[in-house]
Ligand binder design. Sequence first.
Ligand SMILES: [Zn+2]
Length: 358
Amino acid sequence: MLWVRGRVLVGPDEVRDELWAVDGRITYERPPGADHAVTVTGWALPGLVDAHCHVGLDRHGPVDAATAEKQALSDREAGTLLIRDAGSPSDTRWVDDREDLPKIIRAGRHIARTRRYIRNYAHEIEPGDLVAYVAREARHGDGWVKLVGDWIDRDAGDLTACWPRGEVEAAIAEAHRLGARVTAHCFAEESLTDLVEAGIDCIEHATGLTEETIPLFAERGVAIVPTLVNIATFPDLAAGGEAKFPRWSAHMRKLYERRYDTVRAAYDAGIPVYVGTDAGGSLAHGLVAGEVAELVKAGIPPLEALSATAWGARRWLGRPVLEEGAPADLVVYDEDPRADVRVLAAPRHIVLNGRVIG
Ligand SMILES: [Zn+2]
């Protein structure tokens, strides 16, 4: 049994003094023997969400289970206890049997156009096969499917959309029929209108949002996961590709330069924004606090940025927060993270399934 005392942040405005974890589950009713429980004190938040985090993947492709375990442990140390895995070529189902590792909501394997993504990551297919692959990954995943919506087109020398409107519309409809939501990697402007009008549920990165597409997203409630810690690498990518693909480089730099304005404009228009780090490709795991800080830097109010990795993100993913009977997955801090999100960088205790593990 565990006793969490101090300030329990049940919601952005709902604070309680204590909770208990009995058999791994939260209760607010003082259980018998409570005085002898292991006690932790501080400010408790629901386990953080990283809504774009690849476990089982590194810059070269799939990794073995030992490496995937290390990745998940780095996330756990940072307070990330719920991951939406935005595409992984590895089978990480074994993680579900591990009470000491973060919970994962999978999106199956990335679906990309032939030779239009990072090598060894995706199913690389042509549009005629899109519906079949989306159906297949919808069955493999945990309610999400991940498309690569745009990527560099070497002939055009710039980012271009990967899927024709008709095929992507049919594929999204098929995913919805199977109970899965669809998200897509998009850096550029061009791919967004078709994807939103085709009924997509979320866009990753979304650096290409404009005055034209922001109202469409807002009207349809399409979420974005900006991954600003990843967008920070655009200048390096642009420098690397400059000689061969100058148009692409210039485009990437422009998207980078307006990244905070883009996120702020999306937020102001009412587009749901969530925290995701894009860990696992070239980025390290455990960067969740840095991403929340970036959202604040972009102009999102601190309490909203916090919700984007806590209460709001969990609700969006259909997972519980700190309610009676929920798994006791929480992170305890020395100070109030609502007052300053930098508090997230130093968790005092990590509690997973009612056990103090860090
Ligand atoms: Zn990613």
